[in-house]
Ligand binder design. Sequence first.
Ligand SMILES: [Zn+2]
Length: 482
Amino acid sequence: MSGNVDIVFHIMLNRLEIIRYHVIECYFSILDTLVRRAVLIPLGMVFLVMIPSMMNREEFPTFRIVIDPGHGGVGKQPMSVHGDRYDTLTGRYLDVFKEGAERRGLKESVIVYSIARKTEKILRSLAPGADHDRFYQLLEKYADGVPVKINVITKLSRGKSITWEEADGMEDPNAPFRLFDYPDAQGIIRHGRISRINAFKPQLVVSLHLALSGPRDYEGMNPVITPPYDLLRAGLDYLQGRGEDRGFFWNSPYSDWFIEDTSRSAFSWFLNDTSLYFTGYPLRRNRKVDLSGFKGYRFNMLDWAYASSEGWENAARHHIPSSRYAQTPRAVVPEGKFWKRERSPHESFRRGGGEEGFGGDNAYASYEIIRYICLSLRLHGDDSRSQKPGKSYISVWIMPLHVNAVSAFIELGYLNRRRDRLLLTRKQDEIAEGIAVGIFSLLTGLEPRDKNYTHAPRGKGIDFTKYKMPEGKTYFEAVVND
Ligand SMILES: [Zn+2]
């Protein structure tokens, strides 16, 4: 049902895209010939009017997808040269480059890149003009009936991971892998991964990670999600002394907050992350602001429509109370473009409620892809009880918060678990197929055949029409100032 609405919407939306891929070349060559042969201009006009309507029958909705394998660079010192999270306020990197998990020669960055490449290769047959039949044959294993026809333009967020040896001779080996914008050798700010992803204006970003180890109750594959603004705002109200009741947190679907270490409760970590989110400063255990732990204004580390206007550093430097740059949760006032974005209905669609009852489209997309991975493994004869959708990691994570697309972010497994190691190294093709079919299902809906399977996908497409903006743009397109 929702698939039909999507089609109408996307045909409108993606007309330009289709024309670019299917028509423009032949269009201009016809035009060129007409002009060269001095055929009457009115005849040319007839073609101008007719060709787009002739093409209508051929038009499929087109989606833009990013597969984002985590990491890729090296955690080299000094941080002042090789780090990430570049802060223009202080002119330095605020974080080391996160190299990702590694165990006995098995590297997260290499494994997730390999799976991402395989996924991209499968989805490539849905590119405009490609032989779509190959993909539709693959779907026969998963569903009955005739699936909806769509085009998918797929991009990888990065190239092959770099080794320490390769990095040795290079001036800035982490340049292609940083998440945030960074200065080049001339001091010119270059796009990091998030800005590049947003500039592509995708509807869906699929980030792939894995971990060295995980809490015992985090089995299988786990989504990584960021809660909606309302919960974080309630946390700020609490820190500002308005109300002592913690029920808003403990009764929410987000109370299983990510715990960095067990010296603090989930609620204490939630307050710490609330402070980081609103002010850039973490909290000590006694809830005092840690002024030495500044993590920067992440929304200003990107080139997007929600960064503060140029020269914002002049205001930020003084950390004026009752502004967005105040140093304490008590004094901060979330105002300006980014905070308006945070309060927008589109962000609540991405992050709150939705099909899973929490986590919005981001959580649904993550869980649905996980269910398709489990189904793919099962269809290929590999079934196990430990292969399942697990609990979500909940915090103010960078990627799900700062990409302006539906964000599926998945921890695919744990390197210290034998069964996971086996899947992640020997079943990459099956995992990639599950991800690709999952993406397809999220874009248009796909009725899975085996409904009795414990982890059967729901098969419901995301309703992208709700991301339409009043000006006719979509939320995904509004991320950059054109
Ligand atoms: Zn990772």
